[in-house]
Design a protein around this ligand. Structure first.
Ligand code: 5GP
Ligand code: MG
Length: 456
């Protein structure tokens, strides 16, 4: 996954771009980069590490002061040596650079190279840039992407900001306008936070799937290239997006709170915990993605949620570690328990998902060691049976072997393999979709349902 941004502004575009880039950092921590363009040239700066490491306190010094188009990305897993943005100099007229959050199936070269090569092929047929991009989109309908592109037009001696979202809109993309300044970002939160810095947006919205945005001479042109055929990844609300983002009109934090309400309803937990309430029952989240769901769960149970597991935020992502033993060690080190919260208590632990079960078992083991008498595990998401079509790593999914059984049975079987957990309770697809609150046919649930939006 990646976070992408784009800025078009005649006033200090470089500072604005880095401010926006900070806000998409959660979507990728392995490399960061920007491309800056204006009336003279296009240049790219990129490196391994967080935005704050690659662009230090003199961050804004990278670009020419008169530059007004900047794109950037924070890239996550699979970021290779050619990390984004990726420049193309293969056409006489257009020098462009692109970054994306997306996936192009069946290709051995990077996603960025696939779409870059496709655009270049159409440019070299004599098309102008926007026509070439449209043609590239039409020839990659089996793919998904949110694209940001800085285009330096050598002939017209000016630059354009271009953004595009695939017709299914699997990944989110958001835009806002303040006068003749334009922002694009993977999510709304990175744009929203700029209002704290004085930005006053007169227009802001999700980019429509299948459309492209072109900002030229301070004006926005929108074009619907492909009919929208929405299948937004449900995991954006479950895990990927920031809780303070609004994805497709739905605030992520509130959707997650509703996951908690749904779980209590689905498993009749007010009844299940009737004797435990007021008798040492405590609801605590796995930080950070289990936090909103713990609030919702506690709300529905009529108890207060507490903090009992504290994450060392400086250890980076342990999820990406392949070696299971080392991943376990990393999780043990990353999560410390507040003993006073859990000692002698029955703990209801909430988290977004169980993939392999490493994090859940590690935390439950340590909760018990800290004196928890029982640990129940509530999961915002449903059992995962199908690795995402865009995930190249075949993870050993904790629930996979139990496909076809009821959710309760699967919860029991998974709990049986996680010795420190008494009960695992999953959410259902129906409750999840209800909590998100969008038409189910507009949401991709492939990893739990097996319904592939590319094969309908
Ligand atoms: P498990 O240990 O079960 O394999 O992983 C589950 C944990 O990883 C959960 O706490 C969840 O927040 C996190 N997680 C789930 N999906 C992803 C993902 O796609 N990327 C990252 N970085 N973490 C994830
Ligand atoms: Mg987590």
């Amino acid at each position: 996954m990646q976070g992408v941004i784009g800025v078009y502004s005649r006033e200090d575009a470089s500072t604005k771009s880095i401010h926006t880039l900070y806000g998409v950092q959660h979507r990728g921590q392995e490399s960061s980069g920007v491309t800056s363009a204006g009336d003279h040239s296009l240049r790219t700066w990129k490196g391994r590490g967080l935005v704050s490491a690659v662009f230090n306190e003199k961050y804004a010094a990278f670009s020419h002061p008169s530059d007004y188009v900047i794109i950037g990305s924070a890239s996550g897993e699979n970021a290779d040596a050619s990390y984004a943005p990726l420049e193309s100099i293969d056409n006489d007229r257009y020098h462009f650079s692109l970054a994306l959050d997306g996936y192009f199936p069946g290709e051995k070269i990077s996603n960025e190279h696939v779409i870059k090569d496709s655009i270049v092929k159409h440019l070299n047929e004599g098309k102008d840039f926007v026509e070439a991009l449209k043609a590239a989109m039409k020839s990659h309908r089996d793919s998904y992407y949110c694209l940001v592109i800085a285009v330096w037009d050598r002939k017209e001696k000016k630059s354009l900001l271009v953004a595009a979202r695939d017709e299914r809109g699997i990944r989110p993309l958001y835009m806002a306008r303040n006068g003749e300044s334009f922002y694009v970002a993977s999510e709304s939160a990175p744009i929203d936070v700029l209002t704290n810095m004085g930005e006053d947006f007169i227009e802001r919205k999700d980019v429509i799937p299948g459309s492209i945005l072109v900002v030229e001479d301070g004006k926005l042109i929108e074009d619907q290239v492909l009919e929208p055929n929405k299948a937004v990844c449900v995991f954006e609300w479950v895990y990927f997006s920031r809780p303070d983002s609004v994805v497709e009109g739905k605030t992520v934090h509130n959707a997650r709170k509703r996951f908690g309400h749904g779980l209590v309803d689905l498993h009749d937990l007010n009844k299940v915990y009737a004797d435990d309430k007021g008798n040492g029952l405590v609801v605590i989240p796995v930080p950070d993605s289990g936090r909103s769901v713990s609030t919702g769960t506690a709300e529905a149970l009529g108890v207060t949620a507490d903090e009992g597991v504290i994450k060392n935020a400086y250890m980076g992502r342990t999820y990406l570690i392949d070696d299971s033993e080392y991943r376990k060690v990393a999780s043990d080190l990353k999560h410390n328990i507040i003993k006073e919260t859990v000692k002698g208590k029955k703990v209801v632990l909430t988290d977004d998902s169980i993939v392999r079960g490493t994090v859940s078992e590690s935390i439950a083991k340590n909760l018990r060691q800290a004196g928890a008498t029982e640990v129940d595990f509530l999961v915002s998401y449903a059992p995962i049976f199908y690795p995402c079509f865009s995930d190249p790593i075949n993870k050993p999914l904790a629930a996979k072997a139990f496909k076809g059984k009821s959710s309760e049975e699967i919860g029991d079987l998974v709990a049986g393999n996680l010795p420190s957990i008494d009960n695992v309770r999953y959410n259902s697809e129906e409750k999840i979709l209800e909590a998100v609150g969008l038409p189910p046919e507009h949401i991709c649930t492939y990893c739990i349902s097996g319904y592939d939006p590319f094969k309908e």
